[in-house]
Structures are given as structure tokens and as C-alpha cells.
Design a binder for this molecule. Structure first.
Ligand code: PMP
Ligand code: GLN
Length: 381
């Protein structure tokens, strides 16, 4: 049939995780922890299932969970959001982003994405009849190239998708850069999706600059997060969107016909856990920074070149001193098959990857033992 998404195949995450399973390689490719979420959180699901919380949740999400999300936003970013008008629980950040795009983008609209970018953005835009305009981030630190961004904005620009902390690079957008963005779009009707699923994975004492803490940008933004990342339960596919009332209303029109609501007992369990453990999010930076530092210290003994990632649970590494003859897809396959460590090539997040890109992405959301075993193999490459 004539595909609506002719350029879409199997995602790199499926491909590499399958290859890791087939070859028995240590899987540092697809981003997910190899340890479990908190025991109290998992036990709460069982309790709520047995207590009969098994029918549809409200379309906008369980009030108890929306209340906790609003409380966390007040604590972390100093914004008071209206949990009824501005917070929507979604079955995964991916669904939230999809719904926000469908709510905003009309045929012919342009959506600016900053490459390398997460793979779900472009298909979501294309299904809405829109077109992605790809603006590359500036190497080597994956910062915003303001001139190129300004040049990409035109009369058809409807939406800009931001992602900080950034997958795959870990780069962070600062509050000053949000100011710069605000100035750039001030007099235009351009909206934002701010993908902040790694909001609590920011290291070295830096504070995440959320769009929720930016008065002017929040007025035109959908801010998206994921409980999967924050509570080590990526398979729960539960996240949320925060947006001003008028935008939330449009998002909900779509969300109610895409999935209607998220999984009920998971929402109850997350609400219970957030009430009992409000400090969880404040402890996450140190938890993941220790993993980053362990992995990087060990990788220091290898021929990979890298700068410690400022955020997310991904570490990029340049392999040009090892196999400059291989592109990054070939390198990822070679590392997986010949050296037993699965990774993600960075070029797949680009529309037009830089020609000399020699970067692979390692996920360090792993037990110490896994990181040690993987690093030992990588030091032998
Ligand atoms: N955005 C980014 C940048 C991600 O890395 C992920 C993780 N897969 C998502 C969105 C999707 O999150 P979820 O699993 O909650 O749909
Ligand atoms: N966000 C995860 C990553 O970047 C993958 C999610 C997925 O498999 N779709 O690795």
C-alpha cells in the first residue's frame, strides 16, 4: 500500500535491543534501567489491583496523581499550576507528544526540530500533515545554533520542539537560552513542545531550566515528562503534559480519542509513592551522577574520547581513534557482534548527519556490575 510514513522502518531501539539479545551482548543501547523501580512503588500496584482500582481512570488522569504532579512542579520550579486545567496524565511521553502535535499542526505547517532529535517527533508531525524543518545543533557540545534557528523560522512555522536534557547528547538548555528563544518568537504565533522527560537527570550541581519556570514561554508551551525515567519504570509508559488551560483543552480533545486515559492502578501507585517519597526526585541527580562517573572513570582506560554528559542517562563517546573507517551504524554493529556491547549510533537521530560523525551512545542506567563488565569489554576494543 502507499504508506503514510514511507521513510519509517523499525526503530533503532528495537533493532539494537534485538541484536543484543541474539548475540548475548551487554545492552547499553535502548535507554532503560537494568534494575527495578522502588519496591514500595511496585508493591503499591499490586495493592491497587487487589483493591479493585482496575477500571478506566478519568480522561485527564487520576486527581491524586495530578495533585502530586502539581505539588512537585511547585517545589521544583516554583510554578503553581492548576491540576484540573493544566495537568494531563498520558500513557507515556510519546503519546503526550503525539497528541500535542496533532492538536496544533495542520497540513502545510512547519515544525522546527533540533537534530539530533528523538525519533518519534517527525512521524507525529507527518501524520498531522506537517513538515519538519531540521536545524542541527552545533557541535561539539550540541548547543543551539541561534542563527540557524532564526533562519529556519518562517511564515508557516507553527511549532518548535525542544528537548532538554537532550537525548542523545545530554546537552542542557539554560534559562538564558530560554530567554533568547522567547525573544525570537515573541511576536509570532509559534508554540512549543518542551520534552523534559529527563528533567531530574541533571548533574554537577546544575539546575534544570524548565520551560515551567519561564513565564513567557510557558504561555505557549506543552511541557512533557515521563514517570518511566524518573521512577525507573520505563515499561509503565506513564507520563504527563502540563500546558496552559486553553492548550490543555486542545490536547485533551486528541488524547481522549487516542487512548482516552492511562493505566489506572499505575496512576494510583505513582500517586502513593510521590506522597510518601517527595524527595525521590531530589535524590536522582546524585544517584545517576554516580553511575555516570563510574562508567566514565572506567571508560577512561579505553580509546574512546568523551566529555562527561551534563544530563540524561546517556554518555556519548567518539570512537575515531579506534575505527575511523566505520560509520557509526557499522561501529555499533561491530561493537555489539565482536565486542559484546550494544550501543546506539548517533546518526540515526539526524535527517542529515554530519559526514565525519564518529559518535555512539551508551546508556548507563545500569547496575554497577553491568557497567563494570561493559567497560572491561570496551577497554579491550
Ligand atoms: N522523549 C525522549 C527524548 C525520550 O528519550 C523518551 C524515552 N523513550 C521519550 C520521549 C518517551 O518517553 P515514554 O517512554 O514515557 O513514552
Ligand atoms: N527513549 C529510549 C532511548 O532513547 C527508547 C525508547 C524506545 O525504545 N522507543 O533509548
Amino acid at each position: 500500500i502507499a504508506s503514510k510514513l514511507p521513510n519509517v522502518g523499525t526503530t533503532i531501539f528495537t533493532t539494537m535491543s534485538q541484536l543484543a539479545a541474539q548475540t548475548g551482548a551487554i545492552n547499553l543501547s535502548q535507554g532503560f534501567p537494568d534494575f527495578d523501580g522502588p519496591q514500595a512503588l511496585r508493591e503499591a500496584v499490586g495493592r491497587h489491583v487487589m483493591a479493585g482500582h482496575n477500571q478506566y481512570a478519568p480522561m485527564t488522569g487520576l486527581p491524586a496523581l495530578r495533585e502530586q504532579v502539581a505539588a512537585k512542579i511547585a517545589r521544583s520550579y516554583g510554578r503553581q499550576v492548576d491540576m484540573d486545567a493544566e495537568v494531563t496524565i498520558a500513557p507515556g511521553a510519546t503519546e503526550a507528544i503525539f497528541c500535542a502535535v496533532q492538536a496544533l499542526v495542520r497540513p502545510g505547517d512547519e515544525v522546527i526540530v533540533l537534530d539530533p532529535c528523538y525519533d518519534s517527533y517527525e512521524p507525529s508531525v507527518e501524520l498531522a500533515g506537517g513538515r519538519c524543518v531540521h536545524v542541527p545543533l552545533a557541535l561539539p557540545d550540541f548547543s543551539i545554533d541561534w542563527q540557524r534557528l532564526a533562519d529556519a523560522i518562517g511564515p508557516r512555522t507553527r511549532l518548535i520542539i525542544l528537548n532538554s536534557p537532550h537525548n542523545p547528547s545530554g546537552a542542557l538548555i539554560s534559562h538564558a537560552e530560554l530567554d533568547q528563544l522567547a525573544a525570537l518568537i515573541r511576536d509570532r504565533e509559534i508554540f512549543l513542545i518542551s520534552d523534559e522527560v529527563y528533567e531530574h537527570l541533571v548533574f554537577d550541581g546544575v539546575r534544570h531550566a524548565s520551560v515551567l519556570a519561564h513565564e513567557e514561554l510557558y504561555e505557549r508551551a506543552f511541557v512533557v515528562s515521563s514517570f518511566g525515567k524518573t521512577y525507573h519504570v520505563t515499561g509503565w509508559k506513564t507520563g504527563y503534559v502540563v500546558a496552559p488551560p486553553a492548550l490543555s483543552a486542545e490536547l485533551r480533545k486528541v488524547h481522549q480519542f487516542v487512548t482516552f486515559c492511562g493505566v489506572t492502578p499505575l496512576q494510583w501507585a505513582l500517586a502513593d509513592y510521590m506522597i510518601a517519597h517527595p524527595a525521590h526526585v531530589d535524590e536522582l541527580p546524585a544517584f545517576y551522577q554516580a553511575k555516570r562517573d563510574l562508567f566514565c572513570d572506567l571508560l577512561g582506560g579505553s580509546r574512546f574520547a568523551f566529555r562527561r554528559t551534563p544530563g540524561t542517562y546517556f554518555q556519548l563517546a567518539d570512537y575515531s581513534a579506534i575505527r575511523d573507517d566505520l560509520n557509526d551504524v557499522e561501529m555499533s554493529l561491530w561493537l555489539t557482534r565482536e565486542h559484546g556491547v550494544a550501543t546506539i549510533p548517533v546518526s540515526v537521530f539526524y535527517r542529515e548527519p554530519p559526514k565525519d560523525l564518529r559518535l555512539v551512545r551508551f546508556c548507563f542506567a545500569k547496575r554497577e556490575e553491568t557497567l563494570r563488565q561493559a567497560a572491561e569489554k570496551l577497554c579491550r576494543v
